[in-house]
Design a binder for this molecule. Sequence first.
Ligand code: SME
Length: 159
Amino acid sequence: MAENLIITTSTEKAERYETLLPQIESLIAGEPDLVANLSNIAAALKQTFDFFWVGFYLVKENELVLGPFQGPIACTRIALGKGVCGTSWKEERTILVPDVEQFPGHIACSSDSKSEIVLPAFKNGKVFLVLDVDSDKLNDFDETDEIFLTKVIRKVEAL
Ligand code: SME
């Protein structure tokens, strides 16, 4: 495992993700514990991009429950179909929200959160967690984030 995370000086988002992905791979290699791995993935994403909030909600019984994250305190439980996270879980798809105020039912854990992307991860064909990334800037996520965060999700699914 790498001792220090290497962050490229490039301001190109794609290059930052390209540098990060193999490091995530080596961070989780050989470690079977899900919480340990999700914790390091959240920390690596936060360190690389300084996202306002980045973390995981895990499906437990019929709710999403807060998992490893980096950022301000957050809501602990989200029902199926509620907010961006609960909608991503219910509809089993990635949701990109350029302006959270325009998303009906958005759950504002912090009034500083302005845009958001949520990606579901699947095990045995069912969503078992979602990755939620929030920004304090409007319209901060695009297709590049979706492509690379999906690669992170594929690694989480392979754990
Ligand atoms: N905004 C999310 C709730 C989680 S927090 O942003 C950390 C939602 O609407 O599901």
